[in-house]
Design a protein around this ligand. Sequence first.
Ligand SMILES: [Zn+2]
Length: 310
Amino acid sequence: MLGVKSFLIDSGIEEFPNVEAKDIRAAMPILAKHDVPYLIHAELDCGGFNEVVINEKYNSFLASRPKKWENDAISLMVEMARESKAKGDNCKVHIVHLSSDEALATIAQAKQEGLRFTAETCPHYLTIASENIPDGKTLFKCCPPIRDNQNREHLWQAITDGRLDFIVSDHSPCTPELKHIDTGDIEKAWGGISALQFGLPLIWTEAKERGFSLVDITRLMSRETAKFAGLDQIKGQISLGFHADFLVFDPNTSYEITNAMIKHRHNITPYAGRMVTGQVLHTFVRGHHVYQQDQFNNVPIGKPLLKGQF
Ligand SMILES: [Zn+2]
């Protein structure tokens, strides 16, 4: 096991209930003993927003899940990490899919204190602004929600200065039916963004305008993620003895994302119609050439990655 995830809020799945401070206190020594990071879905329902009527209005959905929910959840986790350090366990805490810019100062403070505290964000929080999300487009629904453009700019600053540690897909493989695409009912729609295939071109398109190099992107989307998952002896760099997981990337070609391009099981994405720069031409997995110019060459050869069994 490479990590354990808990929700601080109702996950929407009956068999996956949320945890509270007492559960976190019980889990931390066990996770610390095995040096497994504690991944937290950081939204804490502080009440007052459950009466908001959402229907197909994006702004109503946004108002129903305020930044305060994330901020409070992250403050709670910093307290928990402090306690864990004081007890001598020093459990690793990781905030998954961060959206609220207001929580960045709290994360920075935790790092300054020497807590083992990390945080990630995702392409959708870095490339989409709520001002541009039309009503009734359930494909844009995720939790925590995509916020306004100023929030997005602040997340980029945090990527630049290291308050955010890396960028992950958080890909949602949800079916079109569960997304309620036909009715546009954001309230009923499953949360999650489907865009795994486009993560690299989406991030590259934005990042190159902000002065990032491809070396920076490999650090943010490969090396640091491998290191975090404890896979840094086999993945995340081009070195002798490491897995030969490569891609050949054309950083200059621009094109429009279409549903027809999608290789995911369900061909839906909120990015259809968006122009991006950068194209994956070839992919190699452990030295095997598996993808080239829109075609897959082999049957799937991916393997489960279990701690200590690489
Ligand atoms: Zn989550």
